[in-house]
Design a protein around this ligand. Structure first.
Ligand code: IPE
Ligand code: IPE
Ligand code: MG
Length: 261
């Protein structure tokens, strides 16, 4: 389906916050939406601001998309916040991000409680700076009993590291005689990934126009639909989200078979 951005924006202009959602077929929403939140730095640079300001603005966008996802009844929303390669950035930027993650998580706990959101982390959070790790562990505990949407935050996440870790675990168990190598199948591998127990993403959205995965969920996105928008992450809002979901609903998902349409 071709979506006319300007028409859509005009259409929604006078509508209340939840209105854009009425254009979606609620029965055909993806169970798991995953977002590569990219473009914070360029958003800031374009405004003559420092990159940190872009990251702060990115938090506001994430809050909007979390709320929208809850309203829509999405089961799982995952978001790529910090990759294993992002350690290569200047120490100052890494520090700003780690501090921002911790602060935001504390600030947003009331929202997560109110909306009954359960947080899980994808990635090695053990290796994060102590304060950030402690806040994340606290948040995990605090939201563990929530029964609503799952918010999976990918922090210090890299798909190759994730798959390697799973292989190592399975190999160790096989060597110890607890697993028969012949019985290793895709379900077993999936059960050793950070996403164990979650459905695979059906829709992956990447902002800022980049046409790459950047080491994100390589295993899990095998049959995901991709949607890329040029919008920088801080400018991504519920209208942009609805456009992505409409595009998803217009896709013919064949899974290697033939079209059912
Ligand atoms: C995404 O925005 C946030 C993180 C990767 C932490 P970027 O910081 O990558 O922004 P650009 O891509 O440089 O514009
Ligand atoms: C991907 O964005 C990682 C996150 C959004 C956290 P990057 O900005 O790090 O990706 P590249 O470097 O453009 O591939
Ligand atoms: Mg980037």
């Amino acid at each position: 389906m071709q979506v006319d951005e300007e028409k859509l924006a005009a259409y929604f202009a006078d509508e209340p916050a939840d209105a854009p959602f009425s254009h979606l077929d609620r029965a055909r929403l993806p169970k798991h939406v995953s977002i590569i939140m990219d473009g914070n730095g360029r958003w800031a640079t374009a405004r003559g601001l420092g990159r940190s300001e872009g990251h702060k603005a990115g938090i506001v966008a994430l809050r909007e998309i979390i709320t929208a996802s809850v309203r829509l009844g999405i089961d799982v929303l995952s978001a790529y916040a910090f990759s294993t390669e992002n350690w290569n950035r200047p120490a100052h930027e890494v520090n700003v991000l780690m501090h921002l993650f911790a602060k935001t998580f504390i600030d947003e706990l009331p929202l997560l409680r109110r909306e009954n959101v359960r947080v899980v982390f994808l990635g090695d959070i053990e290796a994060l700076p102590k304060k950030t790790r402690e806040v994340f562990e606290y948040g995990l505990k605090e939201t563990a009993g929530h029964t609503g949407m799952v918010l999976a935050l990918a922090v210090n996440y890299g798909a190759r590291a994730e798959i390697t870790r799973a292989c190592r675990e399975i190999a160790a168990e096989a060597a110890a005689g607890r697993i028969d190598p012949v019985s290793v199948d895709d379900k077993l591998v999936a059960s050793r990934l950070y996403t164990a127990g979650l459905p695979d993403p059906e829709l992956v959205i990447r902002t800022s126009g980049e046409l790459r995965l950047s080491n994100y969920l390589l295993w899990q996105v095998a049959y995901a639909e991709f949607y890329v928008t040029d919008t920088y992450w801080p400018d991504f809002d519920r209208w942009g989200y609805v456009k992505a979901l409409l595009a998803f609903q217009g896709r013919d998902r064949r899974f290697g078979g033939l079209s059912k349409k």
